[in-house]
Design a protein around this ligand. Sequence first.
Ligand code: ATP
Length: 255
Amino acid sequence: MMNNAVSVRGLRVKRGTNEVFAGLDLEIPRGQITGLLGPSGCGKTTLIRSIVGVQKVAGGTVTVLDQPAGSRALRDRVAYDTQSASVYADLTIHQNLRYFARLIGAPLADIDRVLDQVGLSDRRHQTVESLSGGQENRVSLAIAMLGSPELIVLDEPTVGLDPVLRGELWTVFRALADAGATMLVSSHVMDEALRCDRLVLLRAGRIIADTTPDRLLADTGTTDPDAAFLALIERDEASADHPQTRREAREGGES
Ligand SMILES: Nc1ncnc2c1ncn2[C@@H]1O[C@H](COP(=O)(O)OP(=O)(O)OP(=O)(O)O)[C@@H](O)[C@H]1O
């Protein structure tokens, strides 16, 4: 058995005319929370889609729990919560959970557990269409936590949630990781980075940092994760071999 839950080698992905990845390498260790961070459009969702096996790839390999990404054998071992809630609006929360539990063969007793974990037990008989956006997102998060997935991939799970709820969900993520699950969580919110075991910072389809929260702060000499990420991005900008930037700099110098 590999030590890593996910191994990405030489991944190449094109979406439309955009080359999102031109040979990406990444290892995600088991049993930890790995945070996937980076500016909008840097490729977080595309990487997540490649890991859960729904992205057409132009080259390279993605191995998940020792199987090729998207394999049938991974169906109930990998859970994926997309950015937009994927739930049936006209069904109640409980009906949605019962349907998905049956689909993946999870015990029905799991429904109470996940409802409690996302703080929706009291609303179980409410239809999804009558929920707020944040509540609806929590229903799809609850669905992702049904069964005992070994890898749980969450694309921006805390968007639109208040700080209290965000804190509670991170406690749940930590408990899932402590119980042995591997968590891959993407986020825009830099203070959430400090709750991860490991951080991967993507920029324009490249990994510019693969680190831990402590190392990130020490390396950039700050206690503020926002400032730390900005420092890394500026460092990357300064070191990038970017002809246009050099030309702009030259033109700037001549004027
Ligand atoms: N269907 C598509 N067709 C063409 N280009 C696409 C498509 N989907 C995404 N892209 C492009 O691929 C790049 C990576 O997109 P991706 O959604 O992976 O970024 P992201 O980091 O998840 O962004 P965000 O944080 O805003 O969700 C972007 O430049 C985006 O414009």
